[in-house]
Ligand binder design. Structure first.
Ligand code: ATP
Ligand code: FE2
Length: 325
């Protein structure tokens, strides 16, 4: 069984091809980026339309398959930006109907978790899912991935991109901040907002924007201080979750999982706690089509029944019944 997955929830148009054993045959993508400023949903959607054929052809070529070899088409049905989601949905519907194969709409956040489980081999982890729009601590309980902790305001990736923008960086700012933070030496005191297993970033964001405007601090020090603060919040909340919930694996997934300092902090904490720790591989950390394809395979094997193919911009992780485990 071969599934082709289409990801288009935000900045990335991804097309992945995965077989039923979880082998990634292709994982092609085109990212909408900017040199300055954030992303505009309609511009990102236009990028996806323009790049679709190119990315599709490349994916088929890399996987060394013909369209007729595709058994299932999966697409990210939500959550995400409406304009971007619609591009993937239209493409997936027409491809599935042309090939006369099942169409499966999957939840993007769940796909981030399941691809991490596939690559780590973890069966029942506590997942720290960190991306642009989402920041959640999740674990399976009574048939759903329940949210045990989450951001009270913005996603940590969004926080990173906004402070990056105030320092003159383009989108995404994460990789640049990751690099610059390594050169930072002076820790600048910032607000630290954590409530039980929930955390918040907008106060820190406002403070950093104010500090940038004073022009008194080195960008490296600001990046270093921002990372130390928000990643300490995430590590503290995850540690509290692992202390409360009886699980012994921690999985880090989502676009911000690529961050070297966040990985390091969680690794140290996991070692001290005596639990296993894994990070999703770089190519599968940020938005990608392979994770959508793998989720398609899982749901098809569990006899997925399509209700409708309308996009769902605000589809929550804990709204999905986990039928495939
Ligand atoms: P979601 O819909 O799951 O919220 P998303 O649209 O934000 O996903 P992802 O590709 O999962 O997309 O995550 C993108 C985020 O990851 C961006 O905010 C980007 O700055 C951040 N990021 C990428 N690399 C790094 C890094 N090395 N350090 C920190 N952040 C990073
Ligand atoms: Fe994502």
């Amino acid at each position: 069984m071969i599934c082709l997955g289409i990801e288009s929830t935000a900045h990335t148009l991804g097309i992945g091809i995965v077989n039923e054993k979880g082998k990634v045959l292709a994982n092609e993508k085109s990212n909408f980026t900017t040199e300055k400023g954030g992303i505009h949903p309609s511009k990102a959607a236009q990028h996806h339309v323009l790049m679709y054929q190119f990315v599709l052809d490349r994916a088929l070529k890399t996987a060394k398959i013909k369209p007729k070899d595709i058994d299932i088409v999966a697409f990210a049905q939500g959550p995400g930006l409406g304009a971007c989601l619609r591009v993937g949905a239209v493409a997936a519907r027409s491809l599935a109907s042309l090939l006369k194969v099942p169409l499966i709409g999957v939840n993007h956040c769940i796909a981030h978790i399941e691809i991490g489980k596939l690559t780590s081999g973890f069966k029942d982890p506590i997942t720290l899912y960190v991306s642009g729009a989402n920041t959640q601590i999740l674990a399976l309980a009574s048939g759903r991935y329940r949210v045990f902790g989450e951001t009270l305001d913005i996603g940590v990736g969004n926080f990173i991109d906004v402070i990056g923008r105030s320092m003159g960086m383009g989108f995404p700012a994460g990789p640049t901040i990751d690099k610059l933070a390594k050169k930072g030496k002076n820790y600048i005191e910032l607000p630290y907002t954590i409530k039980g297993m929930d955390f918040a970033f907008s106060g820190i964001q406002t403070k950093i924007n104010q500090l940038v405007q004073t022009g008194k601090h080195k960008t490296e020090d600001l990046c270093f201080s921002a990372q130390e603060t928000v990643f300490a919040e995430l590590t503290e909340a995850t540690e509290r979750a692992i202390a409360h919930i009886n699980k012994n694996e921690i999985l880090l997934t989502g676009g911000v999982a690529a961050n070297s300092r966040l990985q390091e902090m969680l690794k140290i904490m996991s070692k001290e706690r005596g639990v296993k720790f894994a990070v999703v591989p770089m190519a599968l950390a940020g938005d990608n089509g392979a994770m959508i394809a793998w989720q398609g395979i899982l749901e098809q094997k569990a006899n997925y029944k399509m209700k409708d193919t309308a996009i769902n911009q605000h589809w929550r992780t804990d709204d999905v019944d986990v039928t495939w485990l």
